[in-house]
Design a protein around this ligand. Structure first.
Ligand SMILES: [Zn+2]
Ligand SMILES: [Zn+2]
Length: 814
């Protein structure tokens, strides 16, 4: 150590510090700390505290060496997580003692390691600072649709590979202009290493074309879009993770038109409004909904409709909840700005605004989201009247996430997670704003890749103690989505830098994801692990809650293949890590016509009538359905009528008997309609004990269905079905819990998206003294399967000491 350095270091020390009291600490920071402005933040904090040393990114996260006065070094460490940048997520800080070097000054060390970086941040809504600049006429990015900074903007959707830097994003093709480069290289700038940094001189741009791809001559493409929307037209708008189809939600004709063109008969559309004040006009927005709506993830938030929602077109036919979201890109804000006549300043951002826009994913025929400009012209020319395009390539398709606020009643009172839970959403669809944030597992395990289910597919890869669940990919019953899953596997491996030592998939051999998994496993010479569908649903809950003990698994679902070769979906399982055993199930119903029965609830109504010995009523009751009498015969002769213990089909049977939904135009529609009707009727239904536990210990709801036959009030019928179902489930679980010796219950499966079932069953089970765990970080439906599969595969590999075939006990296919 030279004298010169020594004196320089002393010169930097505050006068009140003892010169020889200096300490030097190595500080390891883990979490989402790269690409979020963490190094400049540390740099600024260290300089403010008068510390010396450096900060750098490396293969694990961020490493800091800080030297100076001990209390000031301690303060740096203390403050690191508390004042971290908006998009940073500090998971751990480890401190080591180093020998002081007498160093001076604090620098950002640019040395880059070749190891993969930690994690790609999720996309984030535009920040307040950028929003102010966007509407500042004096600023060089005034009204520029791609303004962003280190605290906001796209991340995941433009990342091609790691480490996360501009060359490995889709911004690589845009050379920074001198002004942008200066910001990009200046640690004092909010755009220091903001990889998507751009301006009107050097960055992406937007333009408008008609449905044939001919550019529309206009000075202001965004204002032009608004004019079209105002006239009732449909415009495709390219966004962060793909295209939206937009129309004026208040224009009944325009919404109906969009439904017809999109052939999306009744599936709900998301609605974008300017701000909270505007959202409150259409729906009931409590503190939790407000937090979610304004969060950086900016998901679609389901909220109970207010009477004003009746003025909207058919955005959510038959339902009582509205999917609302707030603008999240500069472009969205520019659209509202144009619609409001270009107000000056930013005060207008907070005032109530009557504009409501349908912003629904452009995914015709249930195929993947439209991503590229030429693809949009090919796939949307029949739907959109005009297309607002841009030239910032999208690396990965990513839909809007759909969430609900957690129901306070759905948390066991006094549970340790209760308070922390309040701000966390319940996922219906997990995608933009959340993916690819990892889910922390209880312990580290071998790297595995799980390919999920057939519908609402996601994939999941594990790395150490982290599970990375992909964004929602879609239903793999179409070839484009199957290709998308293949692309997602490659992308996931590129950004995670892991090689799986096993591939996991569903037990069902005919799922496209299972076929793909078998191929991937064979090609890479690693074992294939098949996991029973409902075991995976429960395992997903165990994974996110880091539960190691055996639990009672309550899987209420559509259908999944059981280990006995029949279709399951109303299951009580004994789940102990990689092992699962069926304890009991709902009384099975027939599925007249097989899979078709899942899309046609009237068929389940007919199956119930048959079971009640009233087959003669089938043709009468469903006189409007041409095939009704044939179905009655098929039931009599037991032709093509497999059975299932699925809870979803019991909902369908109730809907079929009440006549509320005879044909579903999307999965879960009948149950969602029943839930809306039950809300309408009001809570407080007292179960009359119409359910029964049969001699085999199964839950039987047939008498509940019988009571619906002559029920003239559909809302009362729906409330009764919910009330008896929940009371029956509680009694049934209680019946088996005692003999199982287990006191922890995990709830999984798509039926837990039903808020009444989740809330009321949780409350009752907790009252029995059971500890209840429900899906929070991934959806309860098949979107969460990949996490559960990965968790089971990890445990299986660990149990077998690295040697795995099919899962043991009930799980193995071979
Ligand atoms: Zn920003
Ligand atoms: Zn520039």
């Amino acid at each position: 150590m030279s004298l010169q350095h020594e004196s320089a270091a002393q010169a930097r020390r505050p006068v009140d510090a003892e010169p020889d009291a200096s300490v030097r600490r190595g500080i390891r920071v883990l979490g989402t700390v790269q690409g979020v402005g963490f190094r400049p933040y540390v740099h600024h904090l260290a300089q403010t505290l008068g510390l010396a040393g450096w900060v750098r990114n490396d293969g694990e996260g961020v490493f800091i060496e800080a030297e100076g006065d001990p209390t000031r070094v301690a303060r740096l460490i203390h403050e690191l997580p508390h004042r971290a940048p908006r998009l940073a997520r500090v998971e751990s800080i480890a401190v080591s003692e180093l020998v002081p070097l007498g160093a001076a000054g604090f620098v950002i060390d640019r040395s880059v390691t070749s190891a993969p970086a930690t994690a790609v941040p999720a996309d984030a809504a535009i920040c307040e600072s950028c929003l102010h600049e966007l509407f500042d006429p004096a600023y060089r990015r005034y009204l520029y649709p791609f303004i962003n900074c280190v605290h906001c903007g796209p991340r995941f959707t433009l990342t091609l590979a790691l480490p996360y830097d501009r060359d490995r994003t889709t911004m690589a093709g845009f050379a920074l202009c001198p002004l942008c480069r200066r910001e990009y290289e200046d640690p004092e700038s909010r755009r220091f290493h903001a990889e998507p940094n751009a301006c009107p001189v050097c960055g992406p741009r937007v333009w408008l074309v008609d449905r044939r791809g001919v550019p529309v001559q206009t000075q202001d493409p965004i204002l032009h879009v608004w004019r079209l929307l105002e006239q009732g037209r449909i415009v495709a708008i390219r966004g962060l993770g793909g295209f939206h189809l937009a129309c004026d939600a208040r224009n009944v004709e325009a919404v109906a038109h969009l439904r017809r063109r999109k052939q999306r008969d009744e599936k709900p559309f998301a609605v974008m409004v300017l701000n909270l004040a505007s959202a409150r006009h259409w729906a009931q927005i409590g503190p939790q909904q407000a937090l979610l709506l304004e969060s950086t993830a900016r998901p679609v938030v389901l909220a109970a409709m207010r009477p004003a929602a009746a003025e909207l077109g058919a955005v959510a036919p038959g339902l009582d909840h509205l999917g609302l979201m707030l603008p999240y890109t500069p472009l969205h804000f520019l659209l509202f700005h144009a619609a409001l006549g270009a107000p000056v300043g930013t005060a207008w951002l907070h005032g109530e605004c009557a504009i409501a826009l349908v912003m629904t994913s452009a995914n015709p025929n249930g195929e993947p989201l439209v991503r590229d400009n030429d693809e949009a012209l090919r796939r949307l020319d029949e739907i959109a009247d005009a297309l607002l395009l841009h030239d910032r390539p999208i690396a990965v398709r990513c839909d809007d996430s759909v969430v609900r606020a957690a129901d306070a009643g759905a948390r066991a009172p006094g549970s340790p997670q209760a308070a922390a839970d309040a701000a966390q959403p319940v996922f219906v669809r997990r995608a933009r704003g959340y993916a690819p944030a990892p889910i922390r597992l209880g312990r580290s395990g071998p790297a595995v890749l799980a390919l999920g289910g057939h519908y609402k597919n996601t994939i999941c890869a594990t790395r150490g103690a982290d599970a990375f669940v992909s964004q929602h990919l879609g239903d793999t019953d179409n070839a484009p989505t199957r290709r998308l899953v293949g692309e997602a596997i490659a992308h996931w491996q590129a950004i995670l830098g892991v090689r799986a030592s096993a591939i996991a998939c569903d037990l069902h051999p005919d799922y496209a994801s299972s076929t793909l998994a078998a191929r991937v496993a064979a090609e890479s010479g690693v074992p294939l692990v098949t996991v029973q569908h409902h075991h995976a649903h429960i395992a997903a809950v165990l994974a996110e809650h880091q539960i190691e003990e055996a639990v009672l698994g309550v899987a209420l679902d559509g259908t999944g293949l059981g280990s006995d070769g029949t279709l399951w979906g109303g299951e009580l399982l004994h789940v102990d890590g990689a092992h699962s055993r069926r304890i009991s199930h709902l009384r099975p119903l027939r599925l007249p016509g097989g899979e078709r029965a899942a899309r046609e609830p009237w068929r389940m109504g007919a199956a119930a009538l048959h079971l009640l010995g009233r087959s003669e009523q089938i043709a009468l009751r469903y006189a409007a359905v041409p095939a009704a009498h044939l179905l009655a015969q098929a039931l009599e002769l037991d032709l093509h009528c497999p059975t299932t213990s699925s809870t979803g089909r019991w909902f369908d049977a109730a809907a079929g008997l009440l006549g509320t939904t005879l044909f579903s135009s999307y999965e879960g529609q009948a149950a969602m309609r029943l839930e809306a009707l039950a809300h309408q009727h009001g809570t407080g239904y007292e179960a009359q004990g119409l359910y029964a536990i049969d001699p085999q210990g199964r839950l039987d709801l047939l008498a509940v269905l019988a009571s619906l036959l002559e029920e003239p009030d559909a809302a009362r019928g729906a409330a009764r079905f919910h009330g008896e179902l929940v009371a029956g489930l509680d009694a049934w679980i209680g019946h088996h819990a005692g003999s199982s010796g287990l006191d922890a219950v995990a709830l999984g499966g798509g039926c837990f998206l039903n808020a009444i079932v989740l809330r009321e069953l949780t409350r009752r089970l907790a009252a029995r003294g059971l500890r209840v765990f429900a899906p929070r970080q991934v959806p309860a439906n098949d979107g969460g399967l990949s996490l559960g599969q990965a968790w089971v595969a990890q445990r299986l590999l660990q149990d077998a000491g690295g040697q795995a075939g099919g899962a043991p006990a009930d799980n193995g296919r071979s």
